[in-house]
Design a protein around this ligand. Sequence first.
Ligand SMILES: [Zn+2]
Length: 329
Amino acid sequence: MSAFRHLGLEVAPGARGATRLPVADVAGGYSLSVPLHVLNGAHPGPTLMVVGVVHGEEIFAIDAIRTALASIDLARLHGTVIAVPVANPPALAANTRNSPLDMLDLNRQFPGSEEGWLSQRIAAAIAPLVDRSDCLLHIDGGAIERVIHYTFVKSDGSGNGVTEHLSRAFGLKLLYRGSHSEGSITSYAASRGIPAVLAEIGGSTLYTDLRYLQRASTGVLNVMRALHMLDGAIVRPAEQQVLLTRRTLVRVPVGGIFHPTVGLEVIDGEVAGGTVLGTVMNPYSLEQVGEIRAPYARSALLQMRVLPSAVQPGDYAFIIADLDSAEPA
Ligand SMILES: [Zn+2]
C-alpha cells in the first residue's frame, strides 16, 4: 500500500489526513476552499469518494459521513476513502440549495472550469478527485421542511450491473432507476466510467430519529463492504428491496402555506391513490387553494414535505413513485 498524495497532502498507509482544496479568493475577503478528508487503509484496495452538501441546505450527509468515517479501523481498511463532507461551503453558510455567490446549482456544473463561474471553479477543484476514484458515493437530499428516502440507481452504460449492485448495497428499501441530471457529480463520474451511487436520504425530522442517521452511516460502510474495502456482510433492510422505474415530481400548485397530511409513517410504505398528501392555504384569504393527492393506485413517497411552511408555486412538494412499476425481483 502506498501513500496517498493530492496537492500538498501526503497520507501514509494506515493514517488519516485532511487538507483544503483551494478554489479562489472571493469578494468577501476570504480564500474559499473545500475541506478534504482522507483515510488511507493499511492494505491495498480501491478508492471510494464520498461527497455531501453539494446542495447547501442538505446537511444530513455531514453527520452520516462523520459517523461512518469515525468507525473505520485503518488497520483493517483495504484501499482509501476520500471524503468531501461539504462540497459547497457558500451554500451551506446561506442554508440554500444554490450558491448565494453566483446563484448556480453546483450539481449542474461538473466537471467545472477553473476559469468559469465560482461554482464551476468549486466543481473543478473536486472533479480531479472523482477521476482517481473507483466509486463515487454522493449522499444527497433533504432540507428543513422536506425529507427524502431512496437510492437513485443511475445507468453507468456498462451493462454489467456494478452501479446497481453498489446502489442496492447502500441498503435502503426503495430504489428508483432513472437517467442522469446533466452536470451532476454522479453523471460526471459515470461519464468517466466510474460507478456512482446517489443516496437520497435525510432532511427535516429525520434528524430527530437516530435510526435514519445510523441507516445513512451504515450505507457508507455497506458500499465499502461491497467494494471489499471492509470485511463483514452488507447490512440489508428488513424488507425486500424494490427497484422502481416510474415516478413523478409533484410541485406545489399555488403559493401559500403548505400543510402536510402525511408524515414519516409512510416512508418505505404504500399510499393509496387519491389520498390527500398535503394542502395549500392562502394565508390572506384564509381559504384552502390547493391540494395534492397520491397519483398512483399504489404510491410510494420518495420525497415529501413534512412541515408546514410558506411555499411558492413550483417548489418541490413530493417525489412519488408507482409501486406497480417495480422491476421483477
Ligand atoms: Zn441535492
